[in-house]
Design a protein around this ligand. Structure first.
Ligand code: PEP
Ligand code: MG
Length: 889
């Protein structure tokens, strides 16, 4: 017989796959002697067996559940359904990976018309017993019988109003009894059945409902987002209930062993006196900070602090702990590794390492490079005079500006139109997850730092403010008020998730800086990584950022960006429009000193670090006006100024634009093909580089230039361009008499270049894989169109696992990269190789680059820290593994 059910003292923390994260942790906490209410776990395998049998609980699982229940009854001395000493249990989902709030939970199971009387007598608290019963009916009906909670809340509000109460604590036992009668009628009406009083029936129905919730819509969306496989299934945890709502010596709360926003090593959390767990998480009442428990229940607080320390030591990581105090006695309901912001993740990893709890290597592996993006986000400029409209709890750091929306669907819709939105809600539920994903930030007027919105936003690295009670939100009118100020849907606000402040309109923002802990972690990463990390930078400012973020060189300087400047574009156009070689030379001679100055600026900043400069790449028409707009202008001039010089000039421009027009410009006259047709352009650029070398070297600054020829597909292209550059170098040398040290290499960005890399390497000192174009040319997808047209649908329909322009397609494009490296190095064993496409700043692609033996990755300056960390992780993760070879897979 297969074993599907495990008592808490039968398992341990390593059995996450079998018992789910929650079940394994409950078993582990029981094993190390913590005060955990006893219970048992129905395994994830049982969930799969349930689905295999067409959503029915197989008989052998029922038998094992009954046996475990007996065991639980013996241990607690209570019995399910016993009117004098009833056992009440919670039934909770628990997947292998934490999916907060995505699946269902039922509390107080076992309550019925008889056991409620028993509970009332036993606890000497009839009010508490009937309150628990009505909560159970509502929750069970919602989760199992699918009766919308709205009906129950509506009825409760009616009763409260009728009695003139303002809040639930004013309700008496009799009032709750009245509510219960009403609740049962609601069940009868909407579920078309009587509320089930038999506790065993309640139990089996609840187990099925929790299994079913594995496939509810929000769980499926969450899994897709977090890339959690659907076949894992959820476990179900059945645990004897403890009550935080038994009076003022009871309570319940959630705490993190360290601050999940900042990482500060200080207990952080909140609790509510005389309440049940869902009151804290649902954010309906605003809880107390955990420190005040020290005054209210000093002994319990002391015991809790000790337990937190023990749990953190045991799991060697920050823990997120749920606890309940029942009549002065502390119970730990669950612990898990706490979700945290990037800032907190870094600080915690570094401090745990300094405290000798984890190793340096472990600290590096603890921080997810993807999360670092949030740290490298902008924040509100300090010079901004802060007059906040309102202030809530700073639930997730970072600043964001956007249009206010009040509904998750609206957030998704408007964000799809490329508009930035901020989702404002009284509170969020797991059903709002798609809106939180789409929005720049989320604001709620209710709920604490551990409410749903806060947890989800922190996990995603999005700014969030919770519990901003000053906001008077009117969902129907799509507006909120703060005093007399009305903010309507579509109005712009800015929020600061680090302070909890909300501002009207836009605010100035500033660029981020690296914290001391972050710098330290990165220096540890630098000691370990094998891959070099360079930055893509086209001007001295970007080069400075690159150095500040730890780049060891520039892997791609796109020279065309220097041509786009408003003062230069007329000269570039003059050069393009030139009909004769001489005219073009005149225009180029004006551009040369400008280019030279750019290169000097970059070389000075880079102080001897290598700088890869790519000669002109885009098709020339990109520097000319739009054809259609020009046609309109010419037509107007023909009518208004028929014989003017202006018209003649515009007509000439239009002719040139038409002449340069191409059907597929990205596959057209660009890259080295320009150099082949107009060698004088490349000669000018090469000379500008050489003059800059001379000037900067004369100042005593070391310079390491690497001249790069784009879009080579045949070795002969590179051969000719190489000769061109060398010749230009010799001319400059002769002219000013200095020695010029430089390399000449090429980009590998069309498949033919990768496939003939052995020939190309004969002419190249280095290769840089341009995986943006290589992805475009390998898939045959236009990089400018695919993402806006069909690619999203491809990803949604799982035709492609991911966007290949964001994360390198290792099996296809990657195979070409690996071929290029291997063939290139067959010709020149020490050939320097790097990558400068967008993939150079993406975690999985970086790992791939490490595996295929590239020398460096190059990415935007803001991604350099991420790349340093990801490169170190790639080294650590692959230390044990054989190098991969996609060519053989
Ligand atoms: C590339 O193609 O990967 C590349 C870096 O060049 P660009 O994006 O400028 O075409
Ligand atoms: Mg390219």
């Amino acid at each position: 017989m297969n074993k599907f059910v495990y008592m808490f003292d039968e398992g341990n923390g390593n059995q996450k796959e079998l018992l789910g994260g929650k079940g394994a942790n409950l078993a582990e906490m029981t094993r190390i002697g913590l005060p955990v209410p006893y219970g048992f776990t129905i395994s994830t395998e049982a969930c799969n067996a349930y689905y295999d049998t067409g959503k029915a609980i197989p008989a052998e699982i029922e038998t094992q559940v009954l046996k475990a229940l007996k065991n639980l009854e013996q241990k607690t001395g209570k019995r399910l359904g016993d009117s004098s000493n009833p056992l009440l249990v919670s039934v909770r989902s628990g997947a292998v990976h934490s999916m907060p709030g995505m699946m269902d939970t039922i509390l107080n199971l076992g309550m019925n018309d008889e056991t409620v009387v028993g509970m009332a007598e036993l606890t000497n608290n009839a009010r508490f017993a009937y309150d628990s019963y009505r909560r159970f009916i509502q929750m069970f009906s919602d989760v199992v019988l699918k009766v919308d909670s709205f009906y129950f809340e509506q009825l409760l509000e009616e009763v409260r109003d009728e009695k003139g109460y303002r809040s639930d604590p004013e309700m008496s036992a009799e009032d709750w009894q009245e509510v219960i009668q009403g609740y049962k009628k609601i069940v009868q009406k909407h579920a078309r059945r009587v509320f089930p009083e038999n506790p065993l029936e309640q139990l089996y129905l609840s187990i099925s409902a929790v299994f079913d919730s594995w496939n509810n819509q929000r769980a499926v969306v969450y899994r897709r987002l977090q890339k959690i496989p659907g076949h894992l299934g959820t476990a179900v945890n059945i645990q004897s209930m403890v009550f935080g709502n038994m009076g003022n010596d009871s309570g319940t709360g959630v705490a993190f062993t360290r601050n999940p926003s900042t990482g500060e090593a200080k207990l952080y959390g909140e609790y509510l006196i005389n309440a049940q767990g869902e009151d804290v998480v649902a954010g309906i009442r605003t809880p107390q900070p955990i420190v005040t428990l020290q005054n209210e229940m000093p002994e319990v607080y002391q015991q809790f602090v000790e337990t937190c320390n023990l749990l953190e030591q045991h799991y060697q990581d920050m823990q997120d702990i749920e606890f309940t105090v029942e009549s002065g006695k502390l119970f730990i309901l669950q612990t898990r590794t706490g979700k945290r912001t990037a800032q907190a993740a870094i600080r915690i990893a570094v401090e745990l390492m300094k405290d000798n709890i984890i190793s340096k290597e472990e600290a590096i592996l603890r921080v997810d490079p993807d999360q670092l993006n949030q740290l490298l986000h902008r924040r509100i400029d300090d010079s901004f005079k802060r007059t906040a409209l309102a202030k809530g709890l700073p639930a997730s750091p970072g600043a964001a500006t956007g249009k206010v929306v009040f509904d998750a669907d609206d957030a998704e819709r408007i964000a799809k139109e490329e508009q930035k939105v901020i989702l404002v809600r009284p509170e969020t539920t797991p059903d709002d997850i798609h809106g939180i994903v789409a929005a720049e930030a989320t604001v709620t007027s209710r709920g604490g730092m551990t409410s749903h919105a806060a947890v989800v936003a922190r996990g995603m690295g999005k700014a969030c403010i919770c519990g901003c009670e000053a906001l008077n939100i009117d969902i129907a009118l799509k507006q909120f008020k703060v005093g007399d100020t009305v903010v309507k849907e579509g109005d712009i606000i800015t929020i600061d998730g680090s302070t909890g402040e909300i501002f009207l309109g836009e605010t100035p923002m500033i660029e981020p800086q690296l914290s001391d802990e972050f710098q330290l972690l990165l220096t540890w990463a630098d000691d370990i990584r094998k891959l070099g990390v360079r930055a893509n930078a086209d001007n001295p400012e970007d080069a400075k950022k690159a150095i500040e973020f730890g780049a060891s060189g520039i892997g791609l300087c796109r020279t065309e960006h220097m041509f786009m400047d408003a003062t230069r574009i007329p000269i570039v156009q003059e050069m393009i429009l030139a009909d004769t070689f001489e005219d073009r030379e005149t225009a180029l001679s004006k551009l040369l000193p400008m280019q030279q100055e750019d290169f000097e600026g970059i070389f000075e900043v880079m102080q001897g670090h290598p700088v890869t400069i790519r000669l002109l790449d885009p098709p020339l028409h990109e520097f000319l006006p739009d054809k259609d707009e020009l046609l309109v202008e010419v037509t107007k001039l023909q009518l208004t100024e028929p014989n003017s010089k202006k018209l003649l000039d515009k007509e000439q421009l239009l002719r040139k634009v038409r002449q340069l027009h191409e059907f597929n410009p990205m596959l057209g006259h660009r890259g080295c093909r320009l150099g082949m047709s107009y060698p004088e352009i490349y000669v000018m650029q090469a000379k500008a580089i050489f003059y800059a070398i001379a000037k900067v070297t004369a100042k005593g600054i070391d310079v390491k230039p690497e001249i790069m020829i784009p879009l080579v597909g045949h070795v002969n292209e590179l051969k000719q361009m190489r000769q061109l550059v060398i010749h230009a170098g010799e001319q400059v040398k002769e002219e000013i008499g200095i020695k010029l040290d430089y390399l000449i290499g090429t980009m590998i960005e069309v498949p033919r270049a990768a496939l003939t890399a052995d020939e190309i390497a004969e002419e190249a000192d280095f290769f840089s894989f341009g995986t943006n174009d290589l992805t475009q040319t390998t898939f045959g997808y236009s990089r400018d169109d695919a993402e806006g047209k069909f690619l999203q649908a491809y990803i949604e329909n799982k035709v492609l696992p991911e966007n290949p322009f964001a994360s390198l397609d290792q099996q296809g494009v990657g195979k070409l990269v690996q071929t290029g490296v291997q063939l290139g190095r067959a010709t020149k064993p020490n050939l320097k190789t790097g990558i400068c496409g967008e993939h150079g700043g993406e975690k999985n692609s970086i790992q791939f680059c490490h595996n295929v033996g590239l020398d460096y990755v190059s990415c935007s300056p803001y991604r350099v820290p991420l790349a340093r960390l990801a490169a170190a992780q790639a080294t650590l993760e692959n230390e044990q593994k054989q190098p991969i070879n996609v060519l053989q897979t």
